[in-house]
Design a protein. Structure first.
Lengths: 258, 196
């Protein structure tokens, strides 16, 4: 049974695209066949962050214009054989898109993939409505700050109205130090605001920025902390109960001579 | 006899026994109206039918009136309607940021009122969960009750109370041009210094 999950947040800059890519990699690493859909029409993010920019030949506009088939626009990842990307199209406006057409396309993709992850654009406007209209589940990416959580709460309300009741909260840029020093909210406060189950945390780490810039997803760095976070998220997505990843500290010498 | 007849202030009160079906009642009334006491030419007593707590359908009322019309012995003066009790509605949903809801009758609010959401109250509302959003009281006679207000905003009669944080059972209402928060212990607190 194929699952279609939208990754959304409301607020921009919380790491929706990074989470989409890395969850995609973690699922593919477990043997699932995964398709990532970049629903940020008008902009393009996922292909650049995955280092697949040069491999994109066709895009959604070409499928709509019958210039190519749906299978032809799917870009296979260069590191994982079971991971594919459906790239966005810079020149495509939402007015040219038909939700019924997109839904049919998703149904077609469901025949070939175990997971379809849709990277939603920021905001709660047309782009978000399009992306969420195609999914049955949602992962809401938040950071532990009031604005992100308030926006996420707005998104939760809108998703529930759309009939998407299977919602998960993913806390990105998690920093124990910030929580201890009361610089950010904690997980309990986040849960109090959203009241949806927490599917995982991803530690704040500078390698995330580096990975995105180099087009090399952080999951493939095999960094114990971050990779472990995504592996656990995937396990929870599949219904397993696993504890949260504990952040491992670097050895003393490595910390001194970094 | 399953119809008890009493004369009260020029009106015949006809009390129908609770176990009597409507069909039996009509048959019995038919017989009753044929009794000699109702055979007085030129005088039509008023008849009021007391059905107790029974709910009489529109169709049944029509049948009763048709029988009275046919018999031409009494004037239909009315029937008792089941007394309307105060109904408390229950609101289970959680209110999310940006959502708003209007409440027109006394309500038990079970969900959380999140920051950025609005509840417009036209009647008393009892909040059983956290209130972090804005409560707008649309009628100055309305009271709201809650036990966990966290930086909530209360607006009554164009006055506003900001950052209300109370963790004891309290009622909030409008009195003498002020918003009053009364705690369970009966201590009234006037928040006029917080008005925005």
């Amino acid at each position: 049974m194929s699952r279609t999950i939208v990754i959304t947040s409301g607020k921009g800059g919380v790491g929706k695209s990074s989470m989409t890519i890395n969850i995609g990699y973690a699922l593919a690493d477990k043997g699932a066949k995964v398709c990532l859909i970049d629903a940020d029409f008008g902009l393009k993010n996922l292909d650049v962050m995955m280092g697949l920019e040069n491999r994109v030949i066709y895009d959604l506009k070409d499928v709509i214009a019958n210039k190519c088939s749906l299978k032809q626009i799917l870009v296979k990842d260069k590191r994982m054989d079971s991971l594919f990307l459906l790239p966005a199209c810079k020149s495509l406006a939402f007015d040219n898109l038909n939700l019924d057409y997109m839904s049919k396309m998703i149904e077609q993709l469901k025949e070939d993939f175990d997971y379809i992850l849709i990277d939603s654009p920021a905001g709660v406007e047309k782009g978000f409505q399009y992306a969420s209209g195609l999914a049955q589940e949602a992962i809401i990416v938040v950071t532990l700050d009031v604005v992100s959580l308030r926006d996420a709460d707005r998104v939760v309300g809108l998703l529930l109205k759309q009939g998407i009741t299977q919602l998960h909260m993913l806390v990105n840029k998690y920093s124990e130090e910030d929580i201890i020093k009361k610089r950010s909210l904690d997980l309990k406060e986040a849960y109090d605001i959203l009241s949806i189950p927490l599917i995982g945390i991803v530690y704040d780490d500078h390698i995330m920025i580096e990975a995105n810039n180099k087009g090399m997803p952080v999951y493939m760095n095999k960094n114990d902390n971050i990779t472990g976070c995504f592996q656990r998220i995937v396990k929870r997505l599949e219904g397993m109960e696993v504890p949260f990843q504990k952040k491992k500290r670097k050895p003393l010498l490595e910390r001194i001579f970094r | 006899m399953r119809i008890e007849v009493k004369g009260v202030n020029d009106v015949l009160m006809m009390k129908i026994h609770q176990d009597c079906t409507f069909e039996d009642f009509l048959l019995e009334l038919d017989k009753l109206l044929d009794q000699p006491i109702f055979q007085q030419d030129g005088y039509f007593p008023k008849a009021f039918f007391d059905f107790g707590c029974r709910i009489v359908s529109e169709e049944e009322v029509k049948r009763l009136i048709l029988l009275l019309k046919e018999k031409k012995k009494v004037l239909f003066f009315g029937i008792t309607l089941p007394s309307q009790q105060n109904q408390l509605s229950i609101q289970r949903e959680q209110l999310h940021n940006g959502e708003e809801i209007s409440i027109y009758q006394e309500t038990l609010f079970l969900g959380v009122v999140n920051p950025g959401s609005f509840v417009y109250c036209y009647d008393n509302v009892y909040f059983l969960n956290r209130v972090k959003g804005t409560i707008v009281v649309m009628n100055e006679n309305v009271k709201i009750y809650g036990h966990d207000f966290q930086k909530a905003q209360i607006m009554i009669n164009q006055k506003s109370l900001h950052d209300l944080t109370v963790s004891a059972l309290s009622s909030v209402y409008y009195k003498d041009n002020e918003i009053i928060v009364q705690k369970e212990d009966g201590y009234e607190q006037n928040y006029s210094h917080n008005f925005g």
